[in-house]
Design a protein around this ligand. Structure first.
Ligand SMILES: Cc1cc2nc3c(=O)[nH]c(=O)nc-3n(C[C@H](O)[C@H](O)[C@H](O)COP(=O)(O)O)c2cc1C
Length: 298
């Protein structure tokens, strides 16, 4: 049996943010309060991204909003969030590696929401990729000019800006390059894959919103492909996201070109998944992590 690679443990800087390790909580998964963010850090996450926060409070879509599907999860939450009401949640975790995910319907709205978190977060992640929120997310994130403008508007605030990309486009590298032109510090790939199911007994779509986004193990090969393409086309650090659930997945994402990974759906299955993965991934005699980033590009 070939033994899996192990990495040398220790902090790492990715996209202007110093992380305790390479494993980051993805946006929208249990990241709705300061207490839940702190819990994931205690459970071994090297950094955490919050639920996406927007310009006005939103209740989210009507249910059903979340259904398990085979090796994945189909969701159409509809970006429920308390808007500016979230700012106080960061009081207890402000000194930790917390990145705030934000969204808006225009560059101005992105900049306004981002401004609430200056001095309170280590970085901002732009949700230009949610596939099921009208006028937000991938509605803007499929247009390279809009991605460039939103990125530039938030970069002016002076915090590191990570731009999270949608896989639901013909050429993800065109979007990645637009974020790079706008001054992003890192790319995050990917958000969920647009999808739907029909309840055959009811002859109706299962999700309240009809369409949603697929996440979890089922999308891992799509995420690896996107990271690989971005690595070949852009020079920004990439944070791989989508279906990561084991230490071996982390190594594979890094070989495709990721400098770190975000983990979402796997946390819903195993609340201490960061510790579980870290125990297998890191060893004192492990190799220098940077050595394998992008090594699959020949
Ligand atoms: C229930 C749920 C809520 C999510 N909410 C957000 C969100 O608020 N903002 C965002 O950028 N991505 C959100 N996502 C997408 C995840 O951050 C991640 O990009 C996606 O699930 C793929 O990673 P995974 O397979 O590890 O879950 C959400 C995903 C799920 C399953």
């Amino acid at each position: 049996m070939i033994r899996m690679l192990t990495l040398r443990p220790g902090p790492v800087e990715v996209g202007g943010v110093r992380l305790r390790n390479h494993l980051i909580l993805a946006a929208g998964i249990l990241g709705t309060t300061g207490a839940s963010l702190a819990r994931q850090l205690r459970n071994g996450a090297g950094g955490v991204v919050t639920k996406s926060i927007g310009p006005v409070p939103l209740p989210g879509h009507a249910g059903p909003c979340l259904i398990p599907y085979g090796n994945g999860v189909l969701n159409a939450m509809g970006l429920p969030n308390p808007s500016a009401g979230f700012v106080d949640e960061l009081e207890t975790v402000g000194h930790e590696p917390v990145v705030v995910s934000i969204f808006g319907g225009s560059p101005e709205e992105f900049a306004e929401v981002g401004s609430w978190f200056v001095g309170r977060a280590r970085g901002l992640e732009l949700n230009l990729s949610c596939p099921h929120a009208q006028g937000y997310g991938s509605a803007l994130g499929s247009d390279p000019a809009m991605v460039e403008d939103c990125t530039r508007a938030v970069v002016r605030l002076g915090l590191p800006v990570w731009v999270k990309l949608t896989p639901n486009v013909t050429d993800i590298t065109a979007i990645g390059r637009a974020a790079e032109r706008g001054g992003a510090s890192a790319l995050v790939a990917i958000n969920t894959v647009r999808a739907m199911r029909i309840a055959t007994g009811l002859r109706r779509p299962v999700l309240g919103n009809r369409y949603g986004g697929l996440s979890g193990r089922a999308i891992f090969p799509i995420a690896v492909r996107c990271v690989y393409e971005l690595r070949a086309a852009c020079s920004l650090p990439i944070i791989g996201c989508g279906g990561v659930s084991t230490a071996e997945d982390v190594i594979e994402m890094m070989m495709a070109g990721a400098s770190a990974v975000e983990i979402g759906s796997a946390v819903l299955e195993d609340p201490v998944v960061f510790d579980t993965i870290a125990r297998e991934l890191y060893a004192d005699g492990g190799i220098e992590p940077a050595e394998i980033v992008g090594c699959a590009h020949v």
